[in-house]
Design a protein around this ligand. Structure first.
Ligand code: SF4
Length: 209
């Protein structure tokens, strides 16, 4: 008998989406382990290496248990970098169960999957590269504000994704980083670049995950 297909999972938990256009939507987060991007400011470092091998049946059991408590939940595939693993079977299962499926990815990898909502967060350490096949899928972009995020980068990204919102996220959630983000937001407005929005984290306000 062949071994059942497993995925390395960091954690599965219920909460609400805290960022972006779908902020506040009840969500079941499936955090896949592993990420080769290695951002120095990563707030999910434990997901780089602590994955537990789980079969689709085991993941399904946990997801359905959480859905009983919050039946309207969407699924958020996150990481780590969720597209470093082959999530084809997992996505097929979630579709069959009629979940709305969102993904949070760096945009470096593409898999042709029936995902409803793509949040793409291109990273400075990867030169803000986005896989060309990810670009038409994108529903929103999230960018961490630091010294590597320049007006030229914002222009390049908004040119490739003209009609979708681009959220600016502070690198850390403290006053000085919020101020830095606000200053950059004002520069962007003065430069006449469209569709850029100030972002925040609902989970920091509510003290949830
Ligand atoms: S891409 Fe995301 S998960 Fe990976 S290191 Fe950067 S912030 Fe962390």
């Amino acid at each position: 008998m062949p071994e059942p297909h497993t995925l390395a999972i960091s954690e599965i938990f219920g909460s609400a989406q805290g960022e972006g256009s779908r902020c506040g939507v009840p969500s079941i987060f499936i955090r896949l382990a592993g990420c080769r991007v290695r951002c120095p400011y990563c707030d999910t470092r434990k997901a780089w290496s602590d994955g537990k091998a789980m079969t689709i049946d085991e993941i399904a059991g946990e997801v359905l248990r959480l859905r009983k408590r919050s039946p309207q939940s969407q699924i958020v595939l996150t990481g780590g970098e969720p597209l470093e693993q082959d999530v084809t079977d997992l996505v097929a299962y979630l579709r069959q169960k009629k979940f709305f499926i969102a993904i949070e990815t760096s945009g470096l990898y593409f898999r042709d999957l029936p995902i409803d909502w793509w949040t793409v967060s291109p990273k400075d350490v990867a030169g803000f590269r986005i896989h060309p096949r990810v670009i038409p899928e994108m529903d929103e972009v999230k960018l961490i504000v630091n010294r590597n995020l320049t007006l030229a980068v914002i222009r390049r990204i908004t040119r490739r994704a003209a009609e979708i919102p681009v959220f600016l996220q502070p690198q850390f959630f403290n006053r000085s980083k919020y101020r830095q983000t606000l200053r950059f937001f004002e520069e962007i407005q003065q430069a006449g670049i469209k569709n850029v929005r100030l972002g925040f984290q609902l989970q920091a306000l509510y003290g949830i995950r």
